[in-house]
Design a protein around this ligand. Structure first.
Ligand SMILES: Cc1ncc(COP(=O)(O)O)c(C=O)c1O
Length: 370
């Protein structure tokens, strides 16, 4: 048996007709960049995440970049984030001239540890970017309190967590609409994936939404009048039409991932494999199902031999990336992130997996441990 880490073909087989009709609709309009299809998706994604405004852009990376620009992060400003994330989170801070200031993670959830944030705040700190990694929200309560105390903006990197939820003050909140701005990626491997690149910023702040809307078109409003210096970061109408179709299925797909997660959780109970921990009053959408073991490399080799796809997210924490040597961090600075990078492994979790496939994956993991 072969079980890839991700296979988008069975999903496409189920929505083929709907998607083709949606693409046809765009072809008939011959409006390819922004326009009514993008506006409709913006409203739908904003509503889905409980935010007032959505602004489509070219990628998840750009949604972070535009958010940082919108809150005015610029040369020499510090932005606090986690070193255990996809490069994009920190890379975007650097691209606006800012300095990523890393804070270690909670070893249970792999998300930024809020208790370590306050000691890293300086007069130069302008924002915090918590990343909702693997499908689970970061611990936003204390993060929002710290941000409020020091007057910082909170930009959620929700690239992996569209639809994930957490309870705050007794109320369920959805990823993206908890901080000042929320950033989504529509990269094809995400729970809501386009047929190419795409991203969106959501926010409840009308002023910030308007700024992001201008920044994605070179800071212009009206056209050819530039009061800001922005970027070319627009969402394509074809992607927006595809995403409208897929959004209708998103909850079913995320539910299937959650069922698969329960299957694995049970299969690995009473074994040395550490399963993902979801905090109480949290709802993970399992963009990734990440196990942990001191024998990670051996398990990974065995899975590959047995035809099971798996991946390390992420093998090198960002403070140890060569391009960030100038920041002066060294091995040992963020022990939890470094340990996670050495011991974690993502298993196949895509919605269409059969029980037989899930059993096979679990069996191969346990074999690999021996
Ligand atoms: C945590 C995180 N942040 C940001 C991004 C960037 O998104 P994109 O690839 O759409 O630019 C990704 C996705 O790859 C991600 O996983």
């Amino acid at each position: 048996m072969r079980v890839p880490l991700l296979d988008l073909k069975p999903q496409f087989a189920k929505i083929r007709d709907e998607v083709k009709q949606a693409i046809d609709r765009v072809l008939e309009t011959q409006i390819f960049v922004l326009g009514p299809e993008v506006q409709k998706l913006e409203q739908e994604v904003a509503e889905y995440s409980g935010a007032k405004f959505g602004v489509g852009c070219a990628s998840g990376t750009d949604s972070i970049l535009l958010s940082l620009m919108a809150v005015g992060v610029s040369l020499g400003d510090e932005v606090i984030t986690t070193p255990y994330t996809f490069f994009s989170t920190a890379g975007s801070i650097s691209r606006v001239g800012g300095i990523p200031v890393f804070v270690d993670i909670d070893p249970e959830t792999y998300n930024i540890d809020p208790s370590l944030i306050e000691s890293r705040i300086t007069p130069k700190t302008k924002a915090i970017i918590p990343v909702h990694l693997f499908g689970q929200c970061a611990d936003m309560g204390p993060i929002l309190e710290i941000a409020d105390k020091y007057g910082l903006h909170v930009i959620e990197d929700a690239a992996q967590s569209i639809g994930s939820k957490m309870k705050l003050d007794g109320q369920w909140m959805t990823a993206g609409a908890i901080g000042h701005l929320g950033c989504f990626s529509f990269f094809p491997s995400k729970n809501l994936g386009a047929y190419g690149d795409g991203g969106m910023v959501v926010t409840n702040d009308e002023g910030l939404a308007e700024k992001v809307r201008m920044l994605r078109v070179h800071g212009s409003k009206p056209k050819y009048h530039h009061s800001l210096i922005g970027a070319n970061s627009r969402l394509d109408a074809i992607q927006a039409a595809v995403l409208q179709v897929k959004l209708k299925h998103l909850d079913d797909w995320s539910d299937a991932r959650r069922r698969h997660a329960r299957f694995y959780d049970e299969a690995f109970a009473d074994t040395p494999i550490k399963v993902p921990k979801v905090r109480e009053e949290n709802y993970s959408i399992y963009n990734q199902y990440v196990i942990r073991t001191g024998h990670r490399d051996r398990v990974m080799r065995h899975l590959k031999e047995r035809g099971v796809g798996c991946e390390i997210y992420y093998p090198v924490p960002l403070h140890l990336q060569r391009c960030y040597a100038f920041l002066g961090y060294k091995t040992g600075d963020f022990p939890e992130s470094e340990a996670a990078a050495n011991e974690t492994l993502a298993l196949p979790i895509y919605p269409e997996l059969s029980e037989e496939q899930l059993s096979y994956v679990a069996e191969c993991v346990l074999e690999g441990l021996k």
